[in-house]
Design a protein around this ligand. Structure first.
Ligand SMILES: [Zn+2]
Length: 94
């Protein structure tokens, strides 16, 4: 029995992988979409950056809509399950 816990599984990003960086303030981002949203909201964007911002907003809006659909479906499913469980529980004799 060793006293040390197992080492966590970690990954280091490739050195040659380009990290998206804000061209105005140098802030690094995980994804290009996050960078486009930051530039469009925080800085005076060029027309190309403005187009990237609009595309990123559209993609994020679509993703949020899909998330809302999933949440509505999950809540509806939970509600239906609780109604069925209630009907079964209150219909049991005794
Ligand atoms: Zn910036």
């Amino acid at each position: 029995m060793s006293g040390l816990p197992p080492a966590p599984d970690t990954t280091v990003p490739d050195a040659d992988r380009e990290t998206p960086v804000c061209p105005h303030c140098g802030r690094p981002f995980v994804t290009e979409r996050q960078r486009a949203l930051h530039v469009g909201e925080r800085h005076d964007a060029t027309p190309a950056e403005e187009r990237a911002y609009e595309e990123a907003r559209e993609a994020e809006s679509d993703e949020l809509f899909r998330l809302h659909l999933k949440v509505v479906f999950a809540v509806g499913l939970l509600y239906a399950a609780s109604v069925v469980a209630g009907v079964v529980a209150f219909s049991l004799p005794g």
